[in-house]
Design a protein around this ligand. Structure first.
Ligand code: MTE
Ligand code: MO
Length: 318
């Protein structure tokens, strides 16, 4: 397959029907919210703001959707190789049906579940999120997904559950990167969140993008999507959910603890040891036109999430 360079692709080439539709829905939602505010005289904080409204409010001028072809051909999914083009080329070898998920730890309902049973009856929403990789590139992507809270609640986590850990499929026969000796990663890929982060309305279990099912290279059949954190937190192709009292060991932190922390909150003020995080290349980007924009605290979601970290030293907890 020929993978075109991102700079060959004009942003006018996309914007599928479903995205226009979801944009109209957003506008309708906002109008209804605004109407309530005006007539009933509610203060902003008294009115529960939906995750979808939060997502919409954080979008910045110039946040045009990234061409679908870039979002699905410029990927990080080391299970299929370390090149950006590897996942799109090789992830088709992963079989995603059936998809079983093992739930364990500090919860009343644990065991093995079929994915279709877990998500049955839960509502799937479309959300346009800014997405910022720790490598200092970014995209704007229309995801479909289920609020993580409603996914997790059904397992009835108990009072000891302070964190939740997510694990990617480990199946070297279908994942050529797991057979390679070069990645240095101790498979499977693991990520975690504090429970309050996992229950935040912006945290999604994504099941699709651009109005379609998730392509394998983007983490089919479901993956985490936390828009205020660096991309490495948003673990793909999840087969295990583990509720725990202790902070999980996340893959990139284990690999390079001085470069990647547990929190991974987007922070322009804290440089990666090898590069600045003050700005990012918004894809599509090229050598001649880098399309560099300033990076925002919490990737633009500070109003919605900064309170989760009140009193924490974000330099130490990077
Ligand atoms: N299992 C797994 N999940 C992963 C990764 C990975 O290599 N393996 N890469 C992470 C990184 S670094 C990024 S930037 C995003 C990329 O997601 P995308 O390819 O859908 O843009 O996935 C994250 N989730
Ligand atoms: Mo990343």
């Amino acid at each position: 397959m020929l993978i075109r360079k991102p700079d060959d692709i004009r942003s006018s080439e996309i914007t599928p029907e479903s995205v226009y539709r979801s944009r109209r829905e957003f506008v309708k939602d906002l109008a209804i919210g605004g109407g309530l505010l005006a007539t009933a005289g509610f203060s902003h904080s008294a009115l529960a703001v939906s995750g979808q409204q939060m997502a919409q409010a954080a979008l910045q001028p110039g946040d045009d959707l990234t061409p679908e072809r870039i979002a699905t051909s410029y990927n990080n999914f080391y299970e299929f190789g370390m090149d950006k083009a590897d996942p799109a080329q090789h992830a088709h070898t992963m079989s995603t049906q059936p998809w079983e998920v093992m739930v364990s730890g500090e919860a009343a309902k644990t065991g093995k579940f079929d994915l279709s049973d877990i998500i049955k009856g839960l509502s799937v929403e479309e959300r346009i999120y800014r997405f910022r990789c720790v490598e200092a590139w970014s995209m704007v992507i229309p995801w479909s997904g289920i609020e993580m809270k409603s996914v997790l609640e059904q397992f009835e986590p108990n009072g000891n559950a302070q964190y939740v850990e997510f694990t990617t499929l480990e199946r070297p026969s279908e994942m050529r990167g797991q057979r390679s000796l070069f990645s240095g990663i101790d498979w499977p890929y693991i990520e975690g969140l504090r429970m309050d982060e996992a229950y935040h309305p912006l945290t999604l279990m994504a099941t699709g993008l651009y109005g379609k099912d998730l392509p394998n290279q983007n983490g089919a059949p479901w993956r985490l999507m936390v828009p205020w954190k660096y991309g490495f937190k948003s673990v793909k192709s999840i087969v295990k959910i583990h509720f725990t009292a202790r902070q999980p060991k996340n893959t990139w932190n284990v690999l390079a603890p001085n470069e990647y922390g547990f929190y991974g909150n987007v922070n322009p003020a804290v440089a990666h040891p090898r590069w600045s995080q003050a700005s990012e290349r918004r894809l599509p980007s090229s050598l001649l036109n880098q399309n560099r924009i300033p990076t925002l605290p919490f990737n633009g979601y500070a109003d919605q999430v900064a309170s989760l970290y009140a009193g924490m030293d974000l330099r130490r907890n990077f």
